[in-house]
Design a protein around this ligand. Structure first.
Ligand code: F6P
Length: 551
């Protein structure tokens, strides 16, 4: 499985180092001038996604060598290993089968000799029945009222995917339902999410793979108290709480009938779980049919990833380009800039997906890496970002590769001035930004505009700043599925090249353990003996003193 040859010893790596030295001084202006076809040559298209990667600092040899690196890194075998249920999450001894969550009925995916697809569809069927009964009003609250408010309580993968998908698919959602998401253990999150809700009409979905996460369990207990305070009868929990988890015992212990639990499996990573039962809030919002469309989009991208030659394979190309900049240009961040208001939470979702997956400093076999791995992903929807941080992307000292996401059709077509539409203006900005980043404006061009000499350096755009443009038709559930799966698999490609385990997250553990200890010390009724460093001791003491004065 994979490749045991250290990354720096793979022949394509050395060739890429030499090649990067030759390519990096070249300007995109010259690369485009030398090849008038470049803007259509360096493109790939599949499943309604047109990827223009021509405005990258690459030539044909770059792609050839990156594809060789993928082969030498065992990408082909790793893809098969994932799709066939091998335990590629070696540090947790688990298979990685989120692709099974969107496998159509009748497809077979074996894990330890057992087909997991029927169980996936059994849960999907139950979710569908439940969603229909809530949406139609058949499912009633404890006092007989219709459920009009859905509150998802979860954090990380049990929150970010559901929030992102709800926002992304709002256009398709039942506008009579109010959806809220509570994630932060900060009480403000719960209070603000519920302050205008009627408990008798509110359904909580407690979403937690483990059902032990401090934030979620704390918020779930607070939600139960909030409900019982209003409805005064413990049996109300049955009509106002459902759970999504892999941990039946903990769900029952919390007081939710396992009949009202929707399960998933340890082979679904939290950040890869939005199309498991963790997507229950999404299904409630848009209905089972649209949820099915979302899954179809995911599945289509899975098939594309598994079967398309690497040179035309969208996740492979995107993943390799990220490796190219991180390891051969020293970039540390990757911006993802969706030009669609509905995708406003997409960058936040991607942050967990990418950074919890590839923010690793040891290889699968535990060696410290001697190259850079996962970059920081960040972004905001356009055009808002243009009036905020784009200055730095255009004229700052950091090289920041950008993914622009755009659509040819708006879900809310509105006319604007001079015969243009809002959407024309939005899309004009996508194309203009990538053009400006790539080609910039020379000092001579600035002078030719009559600019005073002392202002010339300030108004020069060096250009040569790389971007991909992903252009889709319109934001449908299917399109969203393809887009999310595209990034999931791009992360996999990067992790494979870097030989890291993209599916564990040991880096979140230490803080959790320490927080538990500190929480005990903050709330202790007698003065605790503090054995931290002097900074942490002082902070704890200061907090305790402030609290005592207040009490
Ligand atoms: O703290 C990280 C993490 O384990 C994520 O990987 C996960 O998505 C999140 O916590 C929530 O976990 P759970 O769904 O078990 O509550």
């Amino acid at each position: 499985m994979g490749n045991d040859v250290p990354l720096r010893n793979r022949t394509a790596w050395a060739q890429l180092e030499e090649h990067a030295a030759a390519v990096s001084p070249q300007h995109l202006r010259d690369l485009f001038a030398a090849d008038p076809e470049r803007g259509t040559t360096f493109t790939a298209e599949a499943l309604g996604i047109y990827l223009d990667y021509s405005k990258n600092r690459i030539d044909a040899d770059t792609i050839r060598l990156l594809l060789e690196l993928a082969e030498q890194s065992g990408l082909r075998e790793r893809i098969e290993a994932m799709f066939t249920g091998e335990r590629i999450n070696v540090t947790e001894d688990r298979a990685v089968l989120h692709v099974a969550l969107r496998a159509p009925k009748g497809e077979q995916i074996l894990l330890d000799g057992i087909d997991v697809v029927p169980a996936v569809h059994e849960v999907l069927g139950r979710m569908g029945e439940f969603a229909d009964s809530v949406r139609s009003g058949r499912w009633r609250g404890h006092t007989g009222e219709k459920i009009t408010n859905i509150v998802n309580i979860g954090i990380g993968g049990s929150d970010l995917g559901p929030v992102m998908a709800y926002e992304a698919l709002r256009h398709y959602s039942d506008r009579d339902l109010t959806l809220r998401f509570v994630s932060n253990v900060d009480g403000t999150d719960f209070v603000e999410a519920t302050r205008d809700l009627d408990p008798a009409q509110t359904l909580f979905i407690v979403s937690s793979k483990t059902f032990t996460t401090l934030e979620t369990m704390t918020n779930a207990a607070t939600a139960r108290a909030w409900l019982l305070d209003a409805l005064g009868d413990k049996s109300a929990v049955a009509k106002h709480f459902v759970a999504v988890s892999t941990n039946t015992d903990a769900v029952a212990e919390f007081g939710i009938d396992p009949m009202n639990m929707f399960g998933f499996w340890d082979w679904v990573g939290g950040r890869y779980s939005m199309d498991s039962a963790i997507g229950l809030s999404t299904m409630l919002a848009v209905g089972p049919d649209q949820f099915g469309e979302l899954l179809a989009g995911f599945h289509a991208m899975d098939e594309h990833f598994r079967t398309t030659p690497f040179g035309a394979n969208l996740p492979v190309l995107l993943g390799l380009l990220t490796v190219w900049y991180v390891d051969f240009f020293g970039t540390q961040t990757q911006a993802v800039l969706p030009y669609d208001q509905y995708l406003k939470r997409f960058p936040a979702y991607l942050q967990q997906l990418t950074m919890e997956s590839n923010g690793k400093h040891v290889t699968l076999s535990g060696e410290h890496v001697d190259y850079s791995t996962g970059p920081v992903y960040w972004g905001e929807p356009g055009t808002n970002g243009q009036h905020s941080f784009y200055q730095l992307i255009h004229q700052g000292t950091e090289l920041i590769p950008v993914d622009f996401l755009g659509f040819t059709h708006s879900l809310n077509p509105l006319p604007a001035a001079d015969g243009a539409t809002h959407h024309d203006l939005l899309t004009a900005n996508v194309f203009a930004q990538s053009e400006a980043l790539a080609f910039g404006k020379t000092a001579d061009e600035v002078r030719a505009e009559g600019t005073a000499e002392e202002l010339v350096p300030h108004r020069v755009f060096e250009g040569n700043r790389p971007s991909n443009t992903l252009l889709l038709d319109r934001l449908t559930p299917y399109a969203l599925g393809t887009l999310v799966a595209l990034y999931e698999h791009s992360v996999f490609v990067q992790g494979t090249i870097w030989s890291v385990n993209s599916f564990d997250q040991w880096g979140v553990e230490l803080g959790k353990v320490l927080a538990k200890k500190v929480a005990g010390e903050l709330s202790a009724t007698t003065e605790p003996a503090l054995h931290h460093d002097s900074s942490t001791n002082a902070l704890i003491s200061r907090y305790r003193t402030a609290r005592q004065q207040e009490d």
